[in-house]
Write a protein of this length. Structure first.
Length: 537
């Protein structure tokens, strides 16, 4: 076990139970001599209600399942550590990004998005890449994906999007595939999805291994330094093994042969000491440059081209220990974009704002009430003291007479901050000026849905383009309604005429009228950009 995990590991050890070799008991600690035969009235008689061992055993079994995640249900996780190369104190007050001597423990969960818990690993889908940093200032979660952009711009559309991607409601078909009418109907009706669909039809959607996958925070976040100065930031994880994908033919065979292909690969690599490693990169944008781009930094369907803002590599993460128990750790881990530490803050990206509501809300039901931060994998290593009380699954015995603040009877938890004059380590929200009328209307700066889709296509090599066209043909080939296919092809004409023509021909449809793919908003900097820098091997 590497020393980076020590702090978290010591905490986890306190909650570990090793039952192997111990004598069988009930949950009440009463020893049991027979767990094969229920208590009955005579050898061939009925089972007796008073058989508390039988009832407890069956009840516990009946209640084993909790709801799977509403998205990202299938995943695999591991522990490890993060270490910084250079201090970022100029940009952030987060001490794990300032102190290069720290080894911050982490837990990472990789996932597919659409499939259920029992679905196959190697489907065409986005992969989740969620990292929990157990920092000395509290937990920080970077809840990202393996693609740098997203399907929608505003989180209010997330339920519509997920309902379109998930199996259709009447027959639960198809599992974990984007090859169906509802998904492509959403695509043809929502042009903002076009850039992400290009990524989804590319080989990025079929990663060879979690160890060979990039990760992206997707949104523009904000770093805030000790003086309160903000800097926009995009987060990137770069796998030291390089970015590698499967090819479609392999995918089809692997799904039948080994549906656990990706999770097995991660588990076995860690067991044999081939610890996967990623470097953390940042794209930093000074606040005053916020409006210097031909797209909106708050629009999660856009990358910041690396030619415009290079990625600065600032640290590395190593995963070096498998969990002891899948359910307790990988299934019960709870990531949340709103878990931030001093020095990291949000922007007004409407997708991020929605996420900041959604994760806590869903975890309240998924993990049985408000006390899930007490589950060992979710506990911060930073001390937790407050007046939150009670609720389902309360595991902590709070001592003392009072649970309110301020209070004059027992002192309670004195507030740090302005009242006490003690501001050390306090989370201070970035003081962004906000004013405007209440409106339900997207900013026109979010209007260009095609330029970066075109950039992506232009950055692909010949064989990468061929794979993309084949992916469109496979997926759209499963769509029943002809008008949906026609509309999708029409959208592709806004991306690239040749792409649209190849897809149309492959589907046996006439080539669409080609729109000139200069969408009126492409800057010189953007037009030279090449979205995916790493080649996909
Ligand atoms: C789960 C990423 C957008 C709601 C997840 C997970 C990841 C992720 C990685 C799995 C976490 C885990 O391993 O436990 C992203 C990214 C997004 C995005 C990168 C866009 C940039 C959204 C939006 C919403 C949302 C817009 C809702 C408004 C959820 C929910 C879960 C989830 C409810 C399940 C959480 C749980 O049950 O613990 N997301 N997501 N996501 N996401 Fe997102």
């Amino acid at each position: 076990m590497a020393d980076g995990n020590d702090e978290k590991q010591r905490q986890l050890d306190r909650y570990r139970v090793d039952s192997e070799g111990s004598r069988l008991t009930t949950d009440q600690g009463v020893r049991v001599d027979d767990t094969d035969n229920s208590l009955s009235a005579g050898e061939r008689g009925p089972t007796l209600l008073e058989d508390f061992h039988f009832r407890e055993k069956i009840t516990r079994f009946d209640h084993e399942r909790i709801p799977e995640r509403v998205v990202h249900a299938r995943g695999a996780g591991a522990y490890g550590y993060f270490q910084l190369y250079e201090s970022l104190a100029e940009f952030t007050a987060a001490d794990f990004l300032c102190d290069t001597s720290l080894r911050t423990p982490v837990f990472v969960r990789f996932s597919t998005v659409a499939g259920s818990r029992g679905s196959a690993d190697t489907v065409r889908d986005v992969r989740g890449f969620a990292t929990k940093f157990y920092t000395r200032q509290g937990n920080y979660d970077l809840v990202g994906n393996n693609m740098p952009v997203f399907f929608i711009q505003d989180g209010i559309k997330f339920p519509d999007f997920v309902h379109a991607v998930k199996p259709e409601p009447h027959n639960e078909i198809p599992q974990a595939q984007s090859a169906h009418d509802t998904f492509w109907d959403f695509v043809q009706l929502q042009p903002e999805i076009t850039h992400m669909v290009m990524w989804l039809m590319s080989d990025r959607a079929i990663p060879r291994s979690f160890r060979m996958m990039q990760g992206f925070g997707v949104h523009t976040f904000r770093l805030v330094n000790a003086d309160g100065r903000g800097t926009f930031v995009k987060f990137h994880w770069r796998p030291v093994l390089g970015t590698h994908s499967l090819v479609w033919d392999e995918v089809l065979r692997i799904q039948g042969n080994d549906p656990d292909f990706n999770r097995r690969d991660l588990w076995e690599a860690i067991e044999r000491g081939a610890f996967p490693e990623w470097e953390l990169g940042l794209q930093l944008v000074p606040e005053e440059d916020e409006h210097g781009f031909d797209f909106d930094l708050l629009d999660a369907t856009k990358i910041i081209p690396e030619e415009t803002v290079p990625v600065r590599v600032v640290g590395r993460m190593v995963l070096d220990r498998n969990p002891d128990n899948f359910f307790a750790e990988t299934e019960q881990v709870a990531f949340h974009t709103a878990n931030v530490v001093p020095g990291i803050d949000f922007t007004n990206d409407p997708l991020l704002q929605a996420r900041n509501f959604s994760y806590l809300d869903t975890q309240l039901i998924r993990l049985g009430g408000p006390n899930f931060a007490q589950i060992p994998v979710n506990r911060p290593v930073a001390p937790v003291h407050n007046d939150q009380r009670d609720g389902y699954n309360q595991r902590i015995v709070h001592r003392g007479r009072t649970s309110y603040a301020p209070n004059s009877i027992s002192g309670g938890c004195p507030m740090s901050g302005v009242l006490s004059g003690d501001m050390e380590g306090v989370y201070r929200h970035y003081q962004e000026r906000v004013d405007g009328a209440k409106i339900r209307k997207r900013s026109p700066s979010f209007d260009d849905h095609y330029s970066q889709a075109t950039l992506f296509w232009n950055s692909m090599s010949g064989w990468e383009r061929r794979h993309i066209v084949e992916a469109f043909l496979f997926e759209l080939g499963h769509v029943e309604r002809r008008y949906i296919k026609e509309q999708v092809v029409q959208r592709l004409a806004n991306v690239d005429g040749d792409l649209a023509r190849q897809v149309a021909e492959g589907l046996g449809m006439p080539a669409p009228a080609v729109t000139t793919p200069n969408h009126g908003r492409t800057s010189p900097a953007l037009s030279q950009a090449n979205a995916p820098r790493d080649s996909i091997a």
